[in-house]
Each structure stands twice: as structure tokens, then as C-alpha cells.
Design a protein around this ligand. Structure first.
Ligand code: ATP
Ligand code: MG
Length: 648
């Protein structure tokens, strides 16, 4: 393969970033050599009712996994996100809400946030919600989604946010798995000009006693749409809080009390109800937010995720708010009304750091330079990526078109289970290589293991594990600690297994190669999906590609590629041959695709990740065994792919 491009730290930012290379190294070394001292000192980033004296108590043993951080500390998440800023920053904007329709907007100060959160917290108490109770939240991207999360945190209830795009069945499954007492929703949501029938979906989920744990549904009046009403269960948000005061004493929580449950995306199987606790999670998200986004007090930060994902929890609610940041909260999608929406919102709010996903970047990239046309992006200082490996071609586009060749990109690797960013560049400390998540954050010890459990040294490729615990690590899978142990700690006893593959290069940079389950074995050669997909996307006629293996008589596995061509490109046999030759030259003859199927769209999770396990079944002609498809964004994509499959 051609040598990787490098992007040195721009001179222009060298004197302004929080950390330089030496500072990163010094802090990193201390975080690994003496984690107790390091995290005891960092714990001062939070305000505690009772500062912790016991810092770390973690065991990844065989059959026994127990993870505790700051176990005698006491604090409250909503206090840390809101109240602590009121003395100096009450009038500072916490949330710049930007609606789905351009022109619809609202600014919420920390003072208002406090008022709204306290009122709802008191309202929930009226409904009998107590410390430890679970509350489901099924909301569109409006500020009230954050109020709901923080109101739960304020009274010690455990929130379980369900992405607003999920179906009634997916809602019911999550409610029942977590035994939620109350669900908070709105009449409707809006997305790309269409309405989403949230309340109706909740009604269907609760119908026929399907969710016996639910006593009430709190409904926000947002669009004013007509909705069915069940007097025994339903209560309007505004009526509930009408007689509640704007003061609510935060509940004193132990650092190890659960803060929330969140289900994983379901890319690799049935979603897991990941449990995060209070102290360690808050500290790690606060700290990663500060250093990864190189946060300066006057910054405007914008993460385009949805609160329904871990990115929305850690980097739209807890991380930014603990730091007292001002951020954009966006209800819409990147290509509505047109592909310049992201750039327009950046210009409108003078956004300094923008955090989005490769799926969005690839979708915009298919339109060339148009997504930035006529927009002033000079406020941008830093860009971020999360969710999937970012193909170098997409990285370059992001850097050039939105970043104007000026902004460093932080490619952040992490998971729902890790709570916060684990492997990432830091703007002032890391030379960048497009496609590499680069180096570990403080306290994180990544390592590569082979299939036999042997640790691989130096430049090498293998299964990515984390050797020691970190504060925001998931504590369990809700109600199923066995599954937690089996999924993450049984493959390699003594370490946390991520399920992802990675390569470490000669500079000790990490490159995520894809899911371990997706690795191909072609004539005895192990091939990650990310590299072949990146080679495909690097071709000027390709917008997106997904690679899977299928049974092949001679090679063991053959390479099956689903390709979405760019706008206006004719997909024919000639292009198919061109792409095969291209991959052969770009990457290696071993990686040459055996089959190329054109696809207008790829099956993705609701969070925008390609679901290769479904594509693998289609390629193997086993489409009658697709497994859990409940988190699929658009099932019709799958039907079309099945109809046009090449292995019949
Ligand atoms: P499930 O665990 O249910 O299959 P999921 O793994 O997609 O779903 P998430 O926790 O949302 O659920 O996603 C984490 C995964 O996303 C990581 O394990 C990794 O595969 C991928 N990922 C996230 N960020 C990056 C990144 N910067 N580079 C490469 N891969 C990434
Ligand atoms: Mg996962």
C-alpha cells in the first residue's frame, strides 16, 4: 500500500492548545505508572459532596468481574452539569437549539436549564419516581431530551434513553429489559421535514399490557398533533410541572450508583443494556471532552449525534455541561433542506469544534465541494469523527472541504461500553495520519492479542483489548452480569476485549481494522473490512462500500463488496472491472473483490453504522437467517439487496 500521508501539528495552533506532545506524554506516563495518584488528582474536576478516598478497586478475574472507582465518593450529576456554573455563568448559553426547519431556534442559559430540570425533577417525584427507579426517555432532539436526562440524574433515577427512531417493539423490549416505571416522550418529533409519531409509537409499545412496569407516560406538547390519550397513564409535561417549583435539592449519590442504562447499536447482535455509574463516568467524560476537543471557555461546540446514542450522552450532555460549555443541539439531519445545512449551522453559531460521523461525511462527500459552498467556516478550529473507521478518502474530504485544510481531525475510537473516548489524537500533541485513531487517552492501555491469547508486540495486527480498567468503563449489562463477563472478559481472561480488530504501526499508532467478527480469511490471509472499503471509497466513482466474506470453494472465503456509486455514475460491468483493477493496484491482488453488487443504500443501524452481519447473510444466500434486525434504519434496503443478490 502507498505510504500514509502525515499531517503535522499546524504551527498556528501550537501555542494555544491545552496540551503539547511533551505534556501529553508526561500525563500519559503518569496515568499508567500510577493510576491511583493520577485519578485522585483528576477527581478534582468534579464537585463532590464527599471527596473519594478510595480510588480504584477493579478486578477482571476469571468468572469474577468487579469494577469500582471512587467508591466512597458522593456527588450528583445534575449538580455538576448545572448548579456549579450558576455562580459565575448563570447567563451563559448552555444550549443553542437549532430546529429541523432553518430559522427555528432557541437559546437556553444555564439558569434556565436549572429551572427546567428542577421543575421536571419535582414532577417526576410527584409521579412516585424514586432514587434507583428506571425512567425511559423516547424523545426527539429538543432541549427537553436533555432536561429529562438531567431531571432523572437529579433525583437519582436511572435513565434509559431509547433513540427516537425506534419502533414500538424496540421500545417495549427496552422498557421491559430495564423495568422502567415512567416513559417520557413527546407528541411528535420532526426529522428532515417529516413528522415522527412518537406518542403513537409509545401507545403501541404499551398496548395490551405489553409493558407492565410502566405507570405513567409524560408527554411533551411539541407539534400540537392530535394524539390518543389514556387518562390512567398519560400526563402532559406542562401540566405535570405546572405547580412544581424551580428548586429541587439534588439527591446525594454514591459514585457507584448507576447513572444510566443505554443499549448498544446492535451492529453485531442483540443490543446489550450497558450500565454506567456516576463518579467515574462523569469524570472521564468531563476530562475527555476538555482535552480531546481542546475546550476553551468561549468555544461553541457542536456534536451532530442524537442523545439516543452514547455519543449524545457523553459529548452532548454530560461532558460539555460539566465543563460549562456552550453547544449547538441540532434537531435535523445534515442534508435537509440541502447538503449545506451543516456548513450553514457552523456559520450561524460560529462553531469552533464540530464532531460528526463517517456516515454523514461520506453522504456529503458524494456531492463534491457543494456542502460548503458560500458558507463562512472560518470559526472552525477542530473537527472530530466517531462511530466507524473513517476512510482516508473521507478524512481528506472532511479536512479540505469543512476544515479548509486548517483544522486538525480527532478520529475518536470508543464504544457504548467504554463510556468515553479511548483512542484519539489530541490537536496540539499528535501528528495525524488519515484513517488512524492514533494513540490512547490518559489511563488507557490498549494491546493486541492473537487468536490464542498471546500478546503481540510492536508493529502488528490483532484483536484489540484494554489491559486495565478506566473510570468510565461499563460496570455490567443490566440484569445479566453473566453476559457482561462472557462478552467482554472471557475471550481473554484478565483484560477487556473490545470486539474490534486493530493494527499498530511503527509509530505506535492504532488503526481500527473493523469488527473481529467481520475479519475475512482469504486463502489464509486475514483481511480487515476497513482497509478494503477505504480502497473502494478512494475511487472517484464510489460513494460508499461494504465488504463481507462468503464461502468460497478454493479460497475459503471470497470477497463480496456492496458498492453505492456516486451521484450520476452508471453502475455497469465496465465499472465493476475498473473497481477490481483499482483495488488490486491500490491494495493487493489478494484483496481483489470476487463479487460486486450495486446497492443504492446499505443496511445501517439507526446510528448510521453499516450492518455487515446482515450483508454477510445475504452474500452467503442465507437471508432467511438475518438475526436481530430491530435496530435497522430502513428495512426496505435489505429487501432490495436480497432481490438483487449475486449468490443465488
Ligand atoms: P453492538 O455492540 O450492539 O454490536 P455497536 O458496537 O455498533 O453495536 P456502539 O457502542 O455504538 O455499538 O459502537 C462502538 C463500535 O463502533 C466500536 O466497537 C467500533 O467498532 C466502532 N467505532 C466507533 N468509533 C470508531 C472509530 N473512530 N474508528 C473505528 N471504529 C469505530
Ligand atoms: Mg459493540
Amino acid at each position: 500500500m502507498t505510504a500514509h500521508k502525515r499531517y503535522p501539528i499546524p504551527d498556528a495552533i501550537k501555542d494555544t492548545t491545552l496540551l503539547n506532545e511533551e505534556q501529553y506524554q508526561a500525563m500519559y506516563n503518569q496515568s499508567i505508572s500510577d493510576p491511583e495518584a493520577f485519578w485522585a488528582e483528576q477527581a478534582g474536576m468534579l464537585e463532590w459532596y464527599q471527596a473519594p478516598t478510595k480510588i480504584k478497586n477493579t478486578r477482571f478475574g476469571e468468572g469474577e468481574v468487579s469494577i469500582k472507582w471512587f467508591e466512597d465518593g458522593e456527588l450528583n450529576a445534575s449538580y455538576n452539569c448545572i448548579d456549579r456554573h450558576l455562580a459565575d455563568n448563570a447567563k451563559k448559553t448552555a444550549i443553542h437549539w437549532e430546529g429541523d426547519t432553518p430559522g427555528e431556534a432557541e437559546a437556553i442559559t444555564y439558569q434556565q436549564l436549572h429551572y427546567e430540570v428542577c421543575k421536571l425533577a419535582n414532577g417526576l417525584k410527584k409521579l412516585g419516581v424514586k432514587k434507583g427507579d428506571r425512567v425511559a426517555i423516547y424523545m426527539p432532539m429538543v432541549p427537553q431530551a436533555a432536561y429529562a436526562m438531567l431531571a432523572c440524574a437529579r433525583i437519582g433515577a436511572v435513565h434509559s434513553v431509547i433513540f427516537g427512531g425506534f419502533s414500538p417493539n424496540a421500545i417495549a423490549d427496552r422498557i421491559n429489559d430495564s423495568d422502567a416505571k415512567v416513559i417520557i416522550t413527546s407528541d411528535e418529533g420532526r426529522r428532515a421535514g417529516r413528522s415522527v409519531p412518537l406518542k403513537t409509537n409509545v401507545d403501541k409499545a404499551l398496548a395490551d399490557g405489553a409493558c407492565p412496569s410502566i405507570t405513567n407516560a409524560v408527554v411533551l406538547k411539541l407539534t400540537g398533533a392530535d394524539v390518543d390519550w389514556n387518562d390512567d397513564v398519560d400526563v402532559w409535561w406542562d401540566e405535570l410541572v405546572d405547580d412544581c417549583t424551580g428548586q429541587c435539592e439534588p439527591e446525594v449519590m454514591n459514585a457507584e450508583d448507576p447513572l444510566f442504562i443505554l443499549y448498544t447499536s446492535g451492529s453485531t447482535g442483540t443490543p446489550k443494556g450497558v450500565v454506567h455509574t456516576t463518579g467515574g463516568y462523569l469524570l472521564y467524560t468531563a476530562m475527555t471532552f476538555k482535552y480531546v476537543f481542546d475546550y476553551q471557555p468561549d468555544d461553541i461546540y457542536w456534536c451532530t449525534a442524537d442523545v439516543g446514542w452514547i455519543t449524545g450522552h457523553s459529548y452532548m450532555v454530560y461532558g460539555p455541561l460539566i465543563n460549562g460549555a456552550s453547544q449547538v443541539f441540532f434537531e435535523g439531519v445534515p442534508n435537509y433542506p440541502d447538503v449545506r445545512r451543516i456548513a450553514q449551522v457552523v456559520e450561524k453559531y460560529k462553531v469552533n469544534s464540530l464532531y460528526t460521523a463517517p456516515t454523514a461525511i461520506r453522504a456529503l462527500m458524494a456531492h463534491g465541494d457543494k456542502p460548503a459552498e458560500g458558507c463562512d467556516l472560518s470559526s472552525l478550529r477542530l473537527l472530530g469523527s466517531v462511530g466507524e473507521p473513517i476512510n482516508p478518502e473521507a478524512w481528506e474530504w472532511y479536512h479540505r472541504v469543512l476544515g479548509e485544510n486548517r483544522c486538525p481531525i480527532v478520529d475518536t475510537w470508543w464504544q457504548t461500553e467504554t463510556g468515553g473516548i479511548m483512542i484519539t489524537p489530541l490537536a496540539g500533541a499528535t501528528e495525524l495520519k488519515p484513517g488512524s485513531a492514533t494513540r490512547p487517552f490518559f489511563g488507557i492501555e490498549p494491546a493486541l492479542f492473537d487468536a490464542d491469547g498471546k500478546e503481540l508486540e510492536g508493529a502488528n495486527e490483532g484483536n484489540l483489548v484494554i489491559k486495565n480498567s478506566w473510570p468510565s468503563q461499563a460496570r455490567t449489562v443490566y440484569g445479566d452480569h453473566e453476559r457482561f463477563i462472557n462478552t467482554y472478559f472471557s475471550t481473554y481472561p484478565g483484560v477487556y476485549f473490545t470486539g474490534d480488530g486493530a493494527r499498530r504501526d511503527e509509530d505506535d499508532y492504532f488503526w481500527i481494522t473493523g469488527r473481529v467478527d467481520d475479519v475475512l480469511n482469504v486463502s489464509g490471509h486475514r483481511l480487515g473490512t476497513a482497509e478494503i472499503e477505504s480502497a473502494m471509497v478512494a475511487h472517484s466513482k464510489v460513494a460508499e462500500a461494504a465488504v463481507v466474506g462468503y464461502p468460497h470453494d478454493i479460497k475459503g472465503q471470497g470477497i463480496y463488496v456492496y458498492v453505492t456509486p456516486n451521484d450520476g455514475v452508471t453502475a455497469d460491468e465496465a465499472l465493476s472491472k475498473e473497481l477490481r483493477d483499482w483495488v488490486r493496484n491500490e491494495l493487493s491482488p489478494i484483496a481483489t473483490p470476487d463479487k460486486i453488487q450495486w446497492s443504492e443504500g446499505l443496511p445501517k443501524t439507526r446510528s448510521g453504522k453499516i450492518m455487515r452481519r446482515i450483508l454477510r447473510k445475504i452474500a452467503a444466500n442465507e437471508h432467511d437467517q438475518l438475526g436481530d434486525t430491530s435496530t435497522l434504519a430502513d428495512p426496505s434496503v435489505v429487501d432490495k439487496l436480497i432481490a438483487e443478490r449475486l449468490n443465488k
